[in-house]
Design a protein around this ligand. Structure first.
Ligand code: DP6
Length: 360
């Protein structure tokens, strides 16, 4: 599909100033995106649960300026001016400028805050980039009120992807697919789309409790990480596996088969880390406490028949995924057995959410 249709034509009149505000959630991948090419295109399709509580709120103030030779913006994180964010935003603006030709016409004040603790090891790029993309789309909507709701969502996801790949999956709620898959209608490498097939009720209220094992700086930046898949000896098999897992998930989502879900989700998480273990240079992103937690989950499942499982991102934190009807038992399990393995006994309770929301 062509990217042409996401270019805003220049002829519209611009507002002189204004303010827009959005909140956008993080998401947790079940089939992982790991490996990219070209301009932020995924080497394999992925699917994630959109989260509810882990989110970024962004307010964008904009004012027309006379000098349109360069971008002009300031970034505030939790009310504090944060110049360290500027290079990332500048790079984002450079990438999306062709699709939003008004960017150099305004001075922007970007005010952003996260619901989760800063440097908790939880990636804020998905929620942060998607919130900013939605704000920019609200400006586009002011400039061209004829755009449809569907176009708004798709282009917001398209722009968010250019900021951070996984951010493409944070605009819509529920289960979101990003990356072309031959058996998933409307799936695209360019933007995320709501998972289009039947989903058993159990998955609509799934819980995700994030155990904060290590809050340190990321050992491997996402760009370095994705690049490890170039010339990786197992890359092609891994990409094929992601396609196959999405096929398998179709029946799992439909039937609500939690045993098969657990098997697939944990295998995806371990495969992601196996890719890092077997790349060159190689990395171990799990910590001893990550493994302690995984072993305790496996024992707990064996003893109780619980349907709790884990997934991991490119770090040491563990996401516990479980059905809503186990909420109390799992909280007890965490407080009795897992909290000892969390940094400062910290964890964050989240669940499947409805996607990005406009606040103003
Ligand atoms: C392991 O979206 O952070 O969380 O596109 O370089 O910003 P960039 O990468 P990013 O990668 C996330 C990878 C992952 C798996 C996933 O969310 O699918």
């Amino acid at each position: 599909m062509s990217t042409e249709r996401f270019i805003l034509k220049k002829s519209h009149e611009l507002p002189t100033n204004g303010k827009v505000s959005w909140e956008s959630p993080s998401n947790i991948a079940l089939v992982k995106y790991w490996g990219k090419y070209g301009e932020q295109l995924p080497k394999n399709p992925s699917v994630s649960f959109t989260l509810n509580n882990c989110k970024t709120t962004t307010t964008l103030l904009f004012e027309k300026k006379n000098d349109t030779t360069d971008f002009s913006f300031e970034v505030f994180l939790e009310e504090e001016k944060t110049p360290s964010f500027e290079p990332k935003i500048r790079k984002f603006f450079e990438r999306i400028q062709v699709y939003l030709p008004f960017l150099k016409d305004f001075h922007f004040v970007i005010k952003t805050s996260n619901s989760f603790p800063h440097s908790s090891g939880i990636a804020s790029s998905a929620s942060g980039m998607s919130a900013l993309a939605c704000c920019l789309m609200s400006i586009e909507k002011m400039i061209d009120s004829s755009i449809s709701a569907e176009y708004f969502q798709q282009k917001a996801s398209f722009l968010a992807r250019l900021g951070s790949g996984s951010a493409a999956r944070s605009i819509e709620g529920g289960l979101v697919v990003w990356g072309e898959h031959k058996n998933i209608d409307h799936s695209s490498n360019l933007y995320g789309t709501p998972y289009p097939y039947q989903i058993a009720d159990v998955f609509t209220t799934y819980q995700d409790t994030i155990l904060l094992v290590d809050k340190g700086e990321k050992v491997v930046s996402s760009t370095v990480g994705h690049n490890l898949m170039h010339n990786h000896p197992y890359a092609e098999n891994r990409f094929q596996q992601a396609h196959d897992n999405l096929d398998t998930l179709k029946t799992i989502f439909e039937e609500g088969n939690l045993d098969k879900f657990i098997n697939l989700v944990e295998s995806e998480a371990l495969t992601l880390h196996a890719m890092m273990l077997t790349s060159n240079p190689y990395f171990i992103l799990m910590k001893p406490n990550t493994l302690h937690i995984i072993n305790k989950i496996w024992s707990y499942r064996k003893e109780t028949g619980s349907k709790v499982c884990f997934t991991l991102d490119a770090g040491a934190n563990v996401h516990l995924l479980y059905p809503e009807n186990e909420k109390q038992q799992i909280l007890d399990f965490i407080n009795n057995q897992l909290i000892a393995h969390c940094q400062n006994a910290q964890y964050i309770c989240d669940n499947v959410g409805t996607g990005a929301k406009q606040l103003a």
